[in-house]
Design a protein around this ligand. Structure first.
Ligand code: JCQ
Length: 304
């Protein structure tokens, strides 16, 4: 098992090549007044194409651009709470990645495919019991329209396989992800059996809203894509290699109240610093996550 929780060289990032950003004006989609969604298919395709075009133009016009800016990924979160997702997708690092054209990440309102006056997406369970279930038809119809030949459909569910850094790396290699988000007591089982490629769980607890889990996965995947964090190094070269928890980090001031930064970190002795960090990582892992130390190698498919 590789180090799932350690990321080297993280720091607040800066937009890497602001001058290559496509103009945002042309990217403002018109919203359908009824659904509050932008027109699907053609609108999305145009936006995606035009975001890539910006990079291509930068490329042929002789400006030196990183190869990474030509990569891209499309993520669609299929949910009855699109505004909730948009609030997260539009903010800070993800919002910037979106505007830069490196990624296209959108919430898609499932109710667009719900029929009837009330646009119902849920119903009572066969066999009785409390609560409501998501119906299969709206999800089926949405996927029929949104899927392409390269789409991977993921459903967020407590019954899914555990989400790890390995999963994030594998999904980061996909071209197009659609997240199906469960709510209420769950989703008609035929969705998992026939419409989705895999079920993923972000942990052993139950949420009211699967979109929350999809946003967690989206964040973990998108930060691996070149250009999202603004690292100079490739995200693919990022290290998770020790299989342990990360060691502690310190920054200024040297003393706050009477809490000192460990002396070794001020010593300038790089060998001693490396040994201290390795020992701290080992100690923390033994104390809090002994499961990581004796974990057999992950069975999940290797990285992108
Ligand atoms: C995801 N860990 C918890 C809740 C049922 C598909 O069926 C259901 C989905 C949800 C939402 O997801 C989670 C979750 N990973 O609660 C109930």
């Amino acid at each position: 098992m590789r180090n799932v929780l350690k990321v080297k060289g993280q720091r607040p990032s800066v937009e890497p090549k602001a001058r290559h950003r496509p103009k945002e004006k042309g990217h403002k989609p018109k919203l359908d007044p009824q659904t509050k969604q932008r027109p699907q298919a053609t609108g999305a395709a145009f936006l995606w194409f035009s975001s890539r075009l910006g990079h291509l133009i930068a490329g042929v016009s002789g400006v030196c651009i990183e190869q990474s800016t030509l990569f891209g990924m499309k993520i669609q979160i299929l949910t009855i709470f699109p505004e909730f997702c948009e609030a997260v997708l539009g903010s800070s690092i993800l919002g910037r990645a979106r505007k830069s054209g490196v990624v296209q990440a959108d919430a898609v309102d499932l109710r667009q495919w719900a029929s009837g006056k009330h646009r119902t997406t849920d119903d009572a369970p066969y066999g009785g019991g409390p609560g409501m279930l998501m119906k299969i038809e709206p999800i089926h119809n949405a996927l029929a329209e949104l899927k392409t030949s390269t789409t991977r459909v993921v459903m967020m569910s407590p019954q899914g396989r555990p989400f790890t850094q390995k999963t994030a790396e594998r999904l980061a290699g996909e071209e197009h992800l659609i997240f199906v988000c469960g709510h209420y007591e769950g989703v008609d089982q035929r969705v998992a059996d026939h419409l989705v490629d895999e079920e993923i769980s972000i942990g052993d607890y139950v949420l009211t809203n699967g979109a929350l889990a999809a946003l967690v996965v989206t964040d973990a995947v998108l930060r691996l894509l070149p250009g999202v964090l603004g690292h100079e190094e490739s995200a693919l070269g990022e290290s998770f290699s020790t299989g342990k928890l990360d060691h502690p980090h310190y920054t200024r001031p040297e003393v706050f109240q009477d809490w000192r930064v460990p002396e070794v970190l001020l010593s300038g002795d790089h060998g001693a610093i490396a040994r201290w960090r390795a020992a701290e990582a080992e100690r923390l892992t033994r104390e809090r996550r002994p499961d990581l130390l004796d974990a057999p190698p992950s069975t999940e498919k290797p990285t992108v």
